[in-house]
Design a protein around this ligand. Sequence first.
Ligand SMILES: [Fe+2]
Ligand SMILES: [Fe+2]
Length: 188
Amino acid sequence: MPSTPLTRLDDIASLLAGSGTRLYGGEAISQLQHALQSAHAAEQAGASPALITAALLHDLGHLVCEQGDEDVTNGINDHHEAVAVHSLQHLFADEVLQPIALHVAAKRYLCAVQPGYHAALSPASQASLLLQGGVMSAAACQRFAARPWAADAVLLRHCDDLAKDPAASPPPLAHYLAIAANVLKATP
Ligand SMILES: [Fe+2]
Ligand SMILES: [Fe+2]
């Protein structure tokens, strides 16, 4: 697993405000815009502060890896959900980490169980699905749905899918960092 885990919220702010200005691969917006729009969608859906934070940070692994999101052109699955969890493990508890860990699996799950979901995915997200294991089997869907954080991961995924609008103007990063600060794990 690359890099050492982050230990300060300021590290996240630097990543998002710096590398986050890169394009969100295959989409017409930056990584930072995608993060903000995801968090905004979660906030508007009435999600908990922990899930809003998870939405903000779900693709942080792409920035840590310094790869483009949905790195389809290289035929590489960067396992960015696992990279994000590794990076954030000292800062947040499972209520933030687990929905992030499951957000790729949630896409594979929704493609299997929700009619029309796959067809509505962006072309980049449809292409990356193949690198991420494709549509889940029925047995895998049952196992996924039984996991403790599956419902939060599915909500995060819907927020993720909404967060690709070049014309959106979500609240600024400072608004969501303040929410994240309230769900930081207690220092050991
Ligand atoms: Fe992602
Ligand atoms: Fe995303």
